[in-house]
Design a binder for this molecule. Structure first.
Ligand SMILES: [Zn+2]
Length: 136
């Protein structure tokens, strides 16, 4: 049973990101000009402005650097409250906002290693795989 989620941001580059997720891959944009990674999705490299971007596959490993438990109903009932959000520093460098899988904020220690998992979800655009993180 897919979890109902707020609508994703859509568009050509966003749709490419979600297509990789549907294949079980977490990818972020890599710049052909400077070699650095950009996240969230951009039209031009966030470091040098080049539009020459490809998708680099992430290892799915990282560590929690911050977290927040939301108690306000920002999504008008789409997400049951409270819900936990984590900020994961991927081993490759980008900071990735996500949700914890299999643990809650009371279990979190800053620096805790995590690994990528996917959660079957749906929004107005249909079914999709949401990248989340579980204990490594
Ligand atoms: Zn660049």
């Amino acid at each position: 049973m897919a979890e109902r989620r707020p609508d994703r941001t859509r568009g050509p580059r966003h749709d490419e990101f979600w297509a990789f997720c549907d294949k079980g891959e977490l990818r972020v944009q890599s710049c052909a000009a400077c070699g650095r990674l950009s996240w969230p999705v951009v039209d031009e490299c966030e470091h040098c402005g080049s539009p020459e971007l490809s998708w680099a596959k992430m290892s799915g490993r990282g560590k929690i650097v911050s977290w927040c438990s939301f108690e306000y109903d920002y999504y008008k009932g789409t997400l049951p409250i409270p819900y936990d959000t984590i900020l994961v520093e991927l081993d490759e460098g980008p900071m990735f906002v996500s949700n914890p899988k299999g643990f809650g904020f009371r279990d979190i220690e800053i620096g805790m290693p995590v690994k990528l998992a996917f959660l079957a979800c749906e929004d107005e655009g249909g079914a999709f795989q949401l990248p989340v993180f579980e204990r490594a």
